[in-house]
Design a protein around this ligand. Structure first.
Ligand code: GLA
Length: 801
């Protein structure tokens, strides 16, 4: 066993041995109970978990970790036991659980460990089902969760640097981890609980290289009383970034276990191999095709790991639902759906899927001596609900709280607001038609003049401009901004919501004038606000359709059961069922139904409140017995039905760089002979390693003149000649979302346009680019579309304005 991963139980026994043979005064100190709290509080552990020379060891015996991820807040608490039984019946022996800091500390120093946030109860429930627990407490989690689990209130410091040693961040982190230790420390295996290992941070290598930062967090967990092995996970390209010898490394991947473990062996020459996250499917974002996994690939890779004696955690074994305001967003800005079905082996509603059966059958061939796999529990009852019309409504504009006043508007965090919407209001004098523009609006803005919707702003396309008509009299200008979940990945987690000033009004050729003197209305849609809503009866003949409003319906149910609310007649917003916030819906899909856990319904009358920010086609509630998670309706998207048509310059001039990428799936860093400057970065792919017509890129990150990564803030895809948008999510944004598991690919159906292929990034402004990092599409040696010869162009005018 390597000293660096010594389990404290072993250290403890060693100390006692030492003490029994030597100095009395020391032994006396221990016998008087003056030893460190972590040891003192521990009753004799029921089990012993260690990282051995070649394998994990449980009570001294080799132990292959067959783990699956499940997040307690993504499953109704009433169903935790059911889902844990499903996990067990799939053949897993461990459940892996993130903690989301923002759920546990909604306001600085105010901790929440109850209800859906009762992590200790979840761990005990796992233990009761005979499952061990791997705990991933953060502080950062990612997980398509609002801000990756970081609390929004950290952003109240204007210049805070998250996930660094910035004392404002680090102090808050340490306070939180201490609290985690208080709450969950007693549930470690060393004290008779189920927690075997604890993760430090999450894929930090994707973000930075500061191993001292990782050291600070490691220290904080030790101080908090964690004495089980601590580990760090990273994708194979970033295993060395932030690496420390005192944290056990594991590697995350969706395919090619052989390649990933080879990379892991470079920093872990001996010791058990483990995949920290192995993806059977993937998450969905609004407006993009529903993801489904590749079961053949999944089973082959899982089989490979089982045979090789490697350990793994299936991310997700059961994805569940991101209830409430907790969905995150991918970068540059792709907000996540509420359904976190993930095409996981256990479906969103907890059902057995073909992947579940196949995984179970595969595990049955690889059990440890004496192990058996139980039968899955029965499916929970499912109901449907016939259409019921909403009977009352409360218009958002008629239910505004008292405003704050400001000369220049600021973001939501500056007004101490966490989630929901924020309304900015000012008065405009009469005047000619003009262009309204903000530096940025996060995320969707609806612009109203005297209560009439004039247009939308949309962060997905970085459109922060709306044309205002001529005004013959003074009017009230309202900008209703909806926060859609803070970005959960990359440096973009510094995602402040609302309006980023200045807001200007420009008439024809005149210089824009800044609009000042605003009223700010905070609309957090929390229970206090919901309870205070003044509802009125719905008038027949479609009155109020088309304005932001809450709609209320009473739905009679004989026998409660799981169901899927059919949101197709609605626009965009949130739903509360008997006070439970089910999450966000949006008619553009792919998710068209919302999962309602049966225990949140009751026999008799149920109150359903729908907040629709666009206005429904018909305010009717109905529920289906099956989910619809794969229906896109781009024609309903107010801002993004198609990529903007652009004209390319006919001659791109001499390239900034031209070369060939190496074969294989490893990250490749390219530095130009001389840095180039421009707003547009074009990668022109000329050939592929496989000789075929397809091109693909898992990830591309640009470097500045010093070789440091440029922030992707403000980037969009300027142009792409081909992308797969129908058969799967192969859009060009995948090349700049920071994730290496998904990728941009050219169309592969009937249309298979050939080389050259061009991907042009619009950096929003002219930047100096000294090189770039390229991650090829991941997978086996023969995956098609890995680019070979290429040329790079950087200029301000590759695209005609
Ligand atoms: C990364 C993160 C996870 C999750 C997955 C994608 O690997 O570590 O939290 O975000 O990506 O689902």
């Amino acid at each position: 066993m390597r000293a660096v991963y010594l389990n404290p139980i072993v250290v403890n026994s060693f100390l006692l041995l030492l003490l029994s043979r030597c100095v009395w005064p020391l032994a006396l100190l221990f016998s008087l109970g003056m030893m460190p709290a972590a040891f003192a509080a521990a009753p004799a552990p029921a089990h012993r978990f260690e990282i051995g020379a070649n394998e994990f060891l449980l009570d001294g015996k080799p132990f292959q970790i067959r783990c699956g991820e499940l997040h307690a807040p993504r499953v109704a608490q009433e169903y935790w036991q059911h889902r844990l039984r499903m996990v067990k019946a799939m053949g897993l022996n461990i459940v892996c659980a993130y903690l989301f800091w923002n759920m546990h500390e909604p306001r600085p120093g105010e901790f929440n460990w109850s209800g859906q946030a009762d992590a200790a109860a979840f761990c005990r429930a796992a233990q009761a089902e005979g499952l061990w627990v791997i705990l991933r407490p953060g502080p950062y989690a990612c997980a398509e969760w609002e801000m990756g689990g970081l609390p929004w209130w950290l952003l109240k410091h204007d210049d805070v640097k998250l996930r660094t040693r910035d004392p404002r961040y680090l102090e808050a982190t340490k306070r939180y981890l201490k609290e985690v230790g208080r709450e969950l420390g007693p549930l470690q295996v060393t004290r008779g609980g189920p927690i075997l290992m604890v993760q430090v941070e999450n894929e930090y290598g994707f973000y930075g290289k500061d191993s001292d930062y990782m050291g600070e967090l490691r220290g904080a967990l030790l101080d908090a009383g964690f004495d089980v092995p601590l580990f760090a996970c990273n994708p194979k390209q970033h295993l060395k970034d932030g690496y420390r010898a005192d944290l056990f490394p594991v590697v995350n991947f969706g395919t090619d276990p052989e390649g990933a473990f080879k990379a892991l062996r470079e920093i872990l020459p001996t010791g058990p191999l483990m995949c920290g996250e192995f993806y059977p499917g993937w998450f969905d974002t609004w407006g993009a095709p529903h993801h489904t996994g590749n079961p053949t690939r999944y089973l082959t890779d899982l089989g490979y790991m089982l045979k090789a004696g490697a350990s793994f955690s299936i991310y997700m074994a059961h994805g569940g639902t991101t209830f409430g305001f907790f969905t995150g967003a991918d970068r540059p800005f792709k907000p996540d759906t509420s359904s976190y079905d993930y095409d996981a082996p256990i479906s969103e509603a907890g059902w057995v899927t073909p992947q579940f059966e196949q995984t179970r059958a595969l595990f049955a061939q690889h059990l440890l001596p004496g192990e058996t796999i139980p039968q899955p529990p029965p499916r929970n009852p499912v109901i449907s609900i016939a259409p019921v019309a909403a009977t009352s409504l409360a218009r958002v504009f008629c239910n505004l709280p008292a405003p704050l006043t400001e000369e220049r508007p600021r973001t939501m965090e500056a007004y101490d607001q966490d989630y929901g919407c924020i309304l900015y209001r000012t008065q405009l004098p009469p005047g000619p038609a003009a262009t309204l523009e903000a530096a940025a609006i996060h995320d969707v803005g609806q612009v109203f003049l005297d209560g009439q919707r004039i247009g939308f702003t949309d962060r997905r396309s970085r459109n922060f401009r709306v044309q205002l008509p001529e005004r013959t009299h003074p009017v009230t200008l309202d900008i209703l901004v909806e926060a859609m979940g803070r970005v959960n990945f990359g440096v973009e987690v510094h995602d402040r919501k609302g309006i980023h000033a200045p807001i200007t009004l420009a008439v024809a050729d005149q210089a824009p004038a800044e609009l000042r003197d605003w009223e700010i209305f905070r609309l957090p849609f929390d229970s206090a606000m919901l309870d205070a809503l003044r509802f009125e009866a719905v008038q027949p003949a479609g009155a109020a359709v088309g304005v932001p409003a809450f709609w209320r319906a009473t739905v009679k149910i004989e026998q409660p059961g799981d169901c899927f609310l059919d949101m197709r007649p609605w626009g965009k917003g949130f739903v509360w069922v008997n006070g439970h916030n089910l999450g966000r819906y949006w008619n553009i899909g792919p998710q068209q139904t919302m999962y309602v856990p049966g225990p949140w319904l009751k026999a008799g009358d149920n109150e359903i409140v729908v907040l629709d920010l666009l206005g429904p086609e018909q305010p009717v509630i109905a529920a289906l017995a099956k989910p619809i998670l794969d229906q896109l309706r781009p024609q309903l998207d107010f801002a993004r039905a198609k990529r903007r048509e652009v004209k390319l310059r006919t001659d791109f001039g001499p390239p900034a760089h031209a070369d060939s990428f190496a074969a294989g799936s490893n990250l490749q860093e390219v530095r130009f002979g001389a840095p180039a400057r421009g707003r547009y970065f074009c990668l022109e792919a000329l050939t592929a390693h496989d000789g075929g017509p397809l091109a693909s890129i898992a990830e591309i990150a640009l470097l500045d003149a010093n070789g440091q990564p440029l922030s992707t803030e403000g980037w969009t895809i300027g142009y792409v000649d081909s992308e797969e948008r129908e058969r799967e999510d192969g859009t060009a944004e995948n090349a700049i979302d920071g994730q290496t598991a998904n990728f941009w690919r050219t169309q592969w159906g009937e249309a298979q346009p050939g080389f050259p292929h061009r991907l042009i990034l619009d950096l929003g402004q002219s930047r100096v680019v000294g090189g770039f990092r390229y991650v090829p599409r991941q997978g086996a040696a023969d995956v098609p579309g890995r680019i070979k010869e290429y040329r790079i162009f950087v200029a301000d005018d590759l695209i005609d304005p």
